[in-house]
Design a protein around this ligand. Structure first.
Ligand code: MOS
Length: 725
């Protein structure tokens, strides 16, 4: 099915099942421990051995020799495979750093060996017996010492320099955001079986097709000989978009032993072995007239990547969010050999809104305006960097106004409220995140017992895909949700969008819609009726004169239909599709110790039709929680001399826990967007992390009167500047 014009009224609009607050259909499996995650796949291959990886102990250089004699002779060891045993493995286009093979070391904890043994403990202890001789080269990882590369602006409209120089009110500040790691609960883990020239990998992947292609390329196999299965995923956040070393090492271990091998990246190896969000240094310049209308907006970002990568484009939202006639947006990427910076939840916008939304707060104060009103005044219904392009739908101003009312926004003066030992502050911020969609396929099978089975290689990375897909099929076929079984994450199923970039929910439900339309057409043909006149309801199909049960239609054998949704150019060419939010936060900062406590958080989201208010809310509060981490605690500590991240475990990389998180309220502005998909839905999973950190930062400022422009806002950055007590 081609989606080449805005959706009209269709069978998904009844909202008997879709749009309803259904609990997760796989919730019981997860809460009882019965959902099979990759490392627990005892069920899939007989005689599994354990693999354990060795990571490089230098950041850059060469391996001179590896002595594996003691490791090979250790109890229970079946194989030792080292990077010197093979040439560098071919790199898939999605990978920036290579994953294994050859003597060169490109980054700290790069995988350089795998030991396979009968037990986990044997494999781990033998790995420690491998002696490696390195030639280490000087490596650096200090972004502040890099000369920013000359780069063409992504937008250069009007006359920025003149407009900025002549404006009555201006701001010109530098902000920084640190490197961050995904810290998902489930580590990267795989069971691999290499048998008769065919490879099967049970793993933890956001993108089945990308992994299948990457495994074939990396291990020089035909794609048809590679199978990937990943039905349950304990978080990804972008860290599991691309093939990683766990799957490659498990496969090489299996090839060497002729047995299936399971391997997980140990937590302390994950940060430097896999990918992270790059740190950024951002210069923001704003200029406004005395009424608060923006005249000029400049955003200059610097981040870093290994050669061939993209870094963190913190300017992306600035092209679209606030209107200004003179804009200069520049994204500079410095190449540095180091662990791979890559996608992490809302790549670009998450880091960009952390700073832009502080700058907007500072500018409102310089103008003497309420920050809510300042943002509302500078709303735009056309894309500022490309005014020919309209937003398909943009309700940001309503988010702001509704949020201010619900929250009880009073715009208090900085450092003006105190309760006992606590300085109380309110902060707010806006949020923007694009809403892309990509081709997605699905198969539906009507069974003789009246059930419908859905098959697609879509993944559920903890987001609720199982549930919204079950709701989609139930809605389309007129069934209760219990009559739908959803099967995901298997390369034998039709290729879907996968989970990433906030496109998964919108794309995969649209693909399933297409498959259901195909099944409805098949049923119409059987009944010699016009598909448009059929009414699917309560497990039956009605055509005005007769009613036939769905079960009876499959009594001679299941009915199978497959299709995919493909999105036409109109969607991205004529319109920009995006989601918007307003965030409000109340903080208490201890007047003596400076510690920050959040008191309450509110998000008001404009994100199209909400397919399931429970799973959507969970996405948003998860994002808000992650953003509290970004605001107050999360930062990878760079050892710039040795070029690695020093705090590479969960003891030293702090993330929020339950006690850090206050009451969170999420309000959805229910509004269908027919330009998005046949279901008029958009993504929401990345919107939730956008803007929130700045709302926290602005609330800390409002409580204390102390402005911090470097994240995270830790005590050392403001304790000596707190008001006298
Ligand atoms: Mo996302 S950072 O594309 O999983």
């Amino acid at each position: 099915m081609k989606f080449d014009r805005p959706a009209e009224a269709n069978a998904s609009d009844r909202l008997l099942v879709l749009g309803q607050p259904h609990s997760r259909v796989e919730g019981r499996l997860k809460t009882t421990g019965a959902a099979p995650y990759a490392y627990e796949r005892q069920d899939v291959a007989e005689g599994q051995l354990y693999g354990y990886p060795l990571g490089a102990a230098i950041s850059r250089g060469r391996i001179l020799s590896m002595d594996t004699e003691a490791a090979t002779a250790a109890p229970g060891v079946r194989a030792v495979v080292t990077t010197l045993d093979m040439d560098p493995l071919p790199k898939d286009s999605h990978n920036v750093n290579r994953l294994f093979g050859g003597a060169d070391v490109e980054h700290y904890h790069q995988a350089i060996a795998v030991v396979v043994a009968d037990t986990f403990e044997q494999a781990r202890s033998a790995t420690n017996l491998i002696k490696v001789e390195y030639h280490a080269e000087q490596a650096t990882l200090d972004l502040s010492e890099v000369t920013p590369p000359e780069t063409e602006p992504a937008a250069d409209t009007g006359d920025f320099d003149t407009a900025f120089a002549n404006a009555p009110v201006t701001l010109d500040e530098i902000y920084t955001t640190p490197a961050q790691t995904h810290a998902m609960m489930e580590p990267h883990a795989s069971v691999a079986e290499w048998k008769d020239g065919k490879l099967t990998v049970w793993t933890s992947s956001q993108m089945i097709k990308w992994w299948r292609d990457a495994l074939a390329k990396t291990l020089s196999l035909d794609v048809e000989d590679v199978r990937v299965e990943s039905p349950y995923i304990g978080g990804g956040f972008g860290g599991k978009l691309f093939l990683r070393a766990d799957a490659v090492l498990a496969a090489l271990g299996s090839k060497a032993t002729g047995r299936p091998v399971k391997l997980a990246l140990p937590r302390p190896l994950m940060t430097n072995n896999t990918t992270h969000r790059a740190q950024t240094i951002q210069r923001i310049r704003l200029a406004a007239d005395n009424d608060g209308k923006l005249i000029a907006l400049g955003h200059d970002n610097l981040s870093n990547t290994p050669p061939g990568g993209d870094g963190e484009d913190a300017t992306s939202q600035s092209l679209s969010f606030y209107g200004a006639p003179n804009m200069r947006i520049v994204n500079r990427v410095a190449e540095m050999k180091m662990p791979e910076s890559n996608s992490m939840r809302a790549p670009g916008d998450a880091a960009g809104l952390m700073t832009l939304e502080i700058a907007m707060d500072e500018m409102a104060e310089r103008l003497g305006m309420d920050p809510v009103e300042f943002r509302a005044l500078n709303d735009t219904q056309v894309v500022p960097s490309n005014p020919k392009q309209k937003f398909s739908h943009r309700n940001f101003v309503d988010c702001l106004r509704h949020g201010a009312k619900e929250f009880g926004w009073t715009n208090p003066a900085p450092a003006s409220r105190r309760e006992g030992h606590w300085l109380i502050g309110q902060g707010m911020a806006g949020a923007y995140r694009g809403s892309p969609a990509s081709t997605s396929g699905a198969r539906v099978r009507l069974q003789a017992d009246g059930r419908v089975i859905v098959e697609t290689d879509m993944t559920d990375i903890g987001t609720g895909s199982y549930t919204i897909l079950a709701q989609t099929a139930a809605e389309m076929m007129g069934l209760p949700i219990e009559k739908v079984e959803v099967r995901l994450g298997d390369s034998r199923y039709p290729v879907s969008s996968g989970s990433g970039g906030q496109f998964g929910a919108a794309s995969s439900t649209a693909g399933l819609y297409a498959a259901c339309v195909a099944l409805r057409a098949q049923i119409a043909e059987r009944l010699q009726a016009d598909a448009a006149t059929l009414d699917f309801r309560d497990g039956e199909v009605h055509d005005g004169t007769r009613s036939v049960s769905l079960a009876s239609l499959a009594s001679d054998g299941e009915l199978v239909a497959e299709d995919k949704i493909e999105f036409g150019e109109f969607r991205s060419k004529e319109y920009e599709l995006a989601t918007f939010a307003a965030h409000f936060v109340e903080t208490a900062v201890n007047a003596y110790t400076g510690e920050v406590r959040l008191r309450r958080m509110l998000a008001v989201c404009d994100a199209g039709r909400i397919l399931n208010p429970i799973t959507a809310r969970s996405q948003v509060i998860g994002g808000m929680t992650m953003a509290v981490g970004a605001a107050l605690m999360e930062h990878l500590e760079v050892d710039s001399g040795r070029a690695f991240f020093a705090n590479h475990d969960l003891a030293s990389y702090e993330v929020p826990v339950h006690l850090d998180i206050p009451e969170q309220t999420v309000i959805f502005m229910q509004q269908d967007d027919p330009y998005s998909t046949p279901l008029k839905a958009k993504g929401v999973g990345e919107l939730g992390v956008c803007g929130v950190a700045a709302a926290v930062a602005n609330a800390v400022y409002n409580a204390t009167g102390v402005r911090v422009r470097d994240y995270p806002i830790t005590l050392d950055r403001y304790l000596d500047r707190l008001p006298e007590v």
